[in-house]
Write a protein that binds this ligand. Structure first.
Ligand code: F6R
Length: 234
């Protein structure tokens, strides 16, 4: 793992942007994308740039079950607002949270990823060490699944909703098996509340208790963190 410690998320946005730029220069075709507060500064740099993704494909990590893509807190809506409206891709895929046939939706998503192998996967990090919505205990070889969000993830995401009760309890998530097949991985984490998960990911044993620790087994991972997120690394 290559660890880049920076002052703050503005600096992280600039370095993350450079990693996207290099991937484009290396002829990357398929970009795995994430939502949440962490990638926002990278998306700001991308939308302000002249980089062109109009012949590229994006595949998002996850989507809440039960939210239509028009819902303000759906990940499809988030991506449109923060990236796709300003910087369109040729094709952009986000799981369909309204598909009542969850097995069909997960099979469809796995076929999509198999047909379009990921060149660069962007990840945030859960306070509990999750990547995508692969929560602690998730086997490392799983593919796309409908997952139950843990109480800690529901509480962490309540900040985006009017109340915790409104946070969906389930989400479709790309599996760790698919994430690990990406050619390159960029994980970004900011703030003190990520510090323990960062230390466990980087220094701890590789264990399903800390899903992000599996990244120690990948040979091309870059981690961007700020000083607070780095504060528990020994
Ligand atoms: C989002 C995702 C999640 C987040 C993680 C951190 O698509 O897959 O794993 O990356 O929960 O969220 P933030 O960035 O809001 O702290």
């Amino acid at each position: 793992m290559k660890i880049i410690e920076l002052k703050d998320e503005q600096a992280g946005g600039k370095v993350g942007f450079e990693i996207f730029k290099e991937a484009l220069a290396d002829n990357a075709q398929v970009f795995g994308l994430a939502t949440g507060s962490t990638p926002i500064t990278i998306y700001k740099e991308l939308t302000a740039s002249d980089l062109d993704f109009s012949d590229k494909i994006s595949i998002n990590l996850d989507e809440y079950q039960g939210l239509p893509g028009t819902h303000e807190q759906s990940y499809r809506h988030f991506m449109a607002e923060h990236l796709f409206n300003q910087k369109p891709f040729k094709e952009s895929y986000v799981p369909n949270g309204l598909d009542e046939d969850s097995e069909a939706q997960t099979a469809y998503y796995d076929t999509l990823i198999a047909e379009h192998p990921l060149d660069l996967q962007l990840l945030g990090l859960g306070q509990n060490g999750h990547i995508g919505f692969n929560e602690p205990g998730t086997p490392f070889d799983v593919q796309t699944r409908l997952v139950d969000l843990t109480p800690s993830t529901i509480a962490a995401n309540a900040r985006f909703f009017a109340s915790e009760d409104e946070v969906p309890r389930k989400a479709f998530s790309m599996g760790i098996g698919s994430i690990m097949k990406s050619k390159k991985i960029l994980l970004v984490a900011y703030g003190e509340n990520k510090a323990q998960a960062v230390a466990d990911m980087v220094e701890g044993p590789v264990t399903t208790d800390v899903p992000a620790s599996v990244l120690q087994n990948h040979d091309d991972v870059t981690v961007i963190i700020d000083e607070q997120a780095a504060s528990k690394i020994k």
